[in-house]
Design a protein around this ligand. Structure first.
Ligand code: SF4
Length: 217
């Protein structure tokens, strides 16, 4: 590792640890992970007693490669993104995610003050994050950290991640063409449900892994 990379990594570690500290003060079980392998190991260990595991359609979770490992351990995988599912089957998987044993999700933005900020089109992912599953693990790469308020985090998501996601998913929105949000009223608008989870929801065992590597958009 070169000196510059070492310094960048150190700088991000301080931010990740600050977010972890803030999250812990807000009642979350928050853990610093130096890399993706540590996050994957944490998830596999926490999944030990789970029978059903829901996936919220996250690029961050997909890049950890835990789905295959959990499937090989005999877990029932509830992933509505599977291309073989019909529309009805997809809906059924999303409903079952709401009551699964362990739900895995990424996070659109995480403030250093310990707030999880997310924007959904359907709302199934954010709903499962705060009530229903017995345990929830949210994974946030260092690129999701935002130094300002939750409102500034929303602006970061709409100004950067959502246009890229709209393009990735072939949604016909102004941002998928221009790269900029214009607060559209498109039938394909992704930004329909915005959530700020600023304290651990009372009935949810919510863990947050803050990873000192880039994950997702
Ligand atoms: S409001 Fe519309 S244009 Fe703005 S980010 Fe969301 S989908 Fe894109």
């Amino acid at each position: 590792m070169g000196k510059t990379e070492e310094l960048v990594r150190w700088g991000y570690e301080q931010k990740c640890r600050k977010a972890v500290d803030s999250l812990q003060k807000h009642g979350f079980k928050a853990v610093y992970c130096a890399n993706q392998s540590e996050a994957s190991e944490y998830i596999i260990a926490e999944a030990d007693s789970a029978v059903t595991i829901g996936f919220g359609g996250s690029m961050s979770i997909a890049s950890l490669g835990v789905e295959r490992a959990l499937s090989e351990l005999g877990k029932e995988i509830l992933n509505h993104a599977s291309p073989v599912l019909s529309r009805e089957e997809k809906m059924e998987v999303m409903r079952r995610q709401l009551t699964c044993d362990l739900f895995l999700s990424g996070c659109n933005a995480l403030t250093l003050n310990g707030e999880l900020v997310n924007i959904d089109a359907t709302g199934n992912r954010v709903a499962a994050m705060f009530f229903g599953p017995r345990k929830v693990i949210v994974v946030a790469g260092r690129n999701k950290l935002v130094g300002g308020t939750a409102q500034q985090a929303v602006e970061r998501v709409k100004g950067y991640a959502t246009p890229l996601n709209a393009k990735r998913l072939n949604f016909n929105t102004p941002c998928s063409a221009s790269g900029f949000c214009n607060d559209c009223n498109s039938p394909d608008r992704l930004c329909r449900v915005t959530t700020v989870i600023d304290r651990r929801p009372r009935m949810t065992d919510l863990h947050v892994l803050v990873v000192n590597e880039e994950l997702g958009l």
